[in-house]
Design a protein around this ligand. Structure first.
Ligand SMILES: Nc1nc2c(c(=O)[nH]1)N[C@@H](CN(C=O)c1ccc(C(=O)N[C@@H](CCC(=O)O)C(=O)O)cc1)CN2
Ligand SMILES: [Mg+2]
Length: 285
């Protein structure tokens, strides 16, 4: 029987300890950590994620600033709002919810965020620190950092294991592949152009999948006893599903994340974690 890697339970545990830490920081510094969330336009999924982030902040005592901007905002206006937030001493973390509407460059605006307030870990300075394994010196991207927390919590060894990352996005695939390399796994990165995907996936002791293709990974594509991390989220007939055929694959593997309730909640938990970390780093602790 596979162990179901429970992102809700792990999130609860981390959020409880953050709540205590936030209380102490507030007593010591006179204000709690604060997160600014910038949302452009009205993508319904983004609105839900932003609402969940703000609610999660308030549950642990983190202040939040909700900046809603119309779809018609220009790149210059968006950049200058980020600049304002960079200069606001009472703001510790800044995120720009993705995806942005067509015509706005995500890379340009992310490059405007001060690296020390970049709690998504998307700025090139933080990407560099992630690649170098300098985790304590910067802010690491939330979803990959959340995945690494599963390995820690469930004592899943990585050293010398064959790890396969399916998906090479800047926000998940590339940083997670680097974190796995830093943990001394032997890492292969596959993506939409990979020929014979199952040649790689069948070889994986640890299989991480972040493609957004529902049900891409079937039972015959995974190794017996593997650990499977499903980072995909799609809506199929109103139901939220991952990239892995959970029902089939769970019979064969030693551990697997469900969707929903696996990696998703950890993304928001690590955002809270990074906001507290940014506050502490900005206050010299
Ligand atoms: N600026 C950012 N934009 C985006 C990020 C990000 O980390 N930073 N990641 C995704 C969306 N995302 C957070 O923003 C996110 C996605 C999913 C979940 C989550 O908890 N999923 C639940 C299911 C929730 C549902 O859809 O009902 C789960 O898997 O259990 C949290 C955060 C893209 N944009
Ligand atoms: Mg994410």
């Amino acid at each position: 029987m596979a162990v179901i890697l429970d992102g809700k339970a792990l999130s609860k545990k981390i959020r409880n300890s953050l709540k205590n830490e936030v209380k102490e920081l507030k007593e010591k510094f006179g204000r709690p950590p604060s997160l600014a969330v910038v949302l452009v336009g009205n993508n319904p999924a983004s609105e839900i994620y932003v609402r969940n982030k703000i609610k999660a902040c308030s549950e642990v005592g983190i202040d939040s600033i909700d900046r809603r901007l119309p779809e018609t905002v220009t790149q210059e206006e968006l950049n200058s709002i980020v600049k304002e937030l960079n200069e606001d001493p009472n703001v510790d973390g800044i995120i720009v919810q993705l995806p942005l509407p067509n015509g706005l460059s995500c890379r340009e605006v992310v490059n405007y965020i001060s690296p020390e307030k970049d709690v998504d870990g998307f700025h090139p300075v933080n990407v560099g620190k992630c690649t170098l394994g300098l985790y304590d010196q910067g802010l690491m991207p939330c979803t990959p950092a959340g995945v690494m927390k599963f390995f820690e919590e469930y004592n899943i060894p990585l050293q010398g294991k064959n790890a396969v990352m399916v998906g090479h996005s800047n926000i998940v695939g590339k940083p997670l592949a680097n974190m796995l390399i830093n943990a001394n796994a032997t890492v292969s990165v596959c993506h939409v152009y990979t020929k014979d995907l199952s040649h790689y996936t069948r070889y994986a002791d640890v299989l991480c999948v972040a493609t957004g293709v529902p049900g891409l990974i079937k039972a015959d594509m995974v190794k017996e006893g593997a650990v499977v991390i499903d980072i995909g989220i799609s809506r199929v007939n109103g139901k939220i599903v991952g990239d892995v055929d959970f029902e089939g694959v769970k019979e064969k593997v030693s551990a697997i994340t469900p969707v929903p309730g696996g990696v998703g909640p950890m993304t928001i938990t690590m955002l809270l974690y990074n906001t507290v970390k940014a506050f502490k780093m900005r206050n010299g602790i």
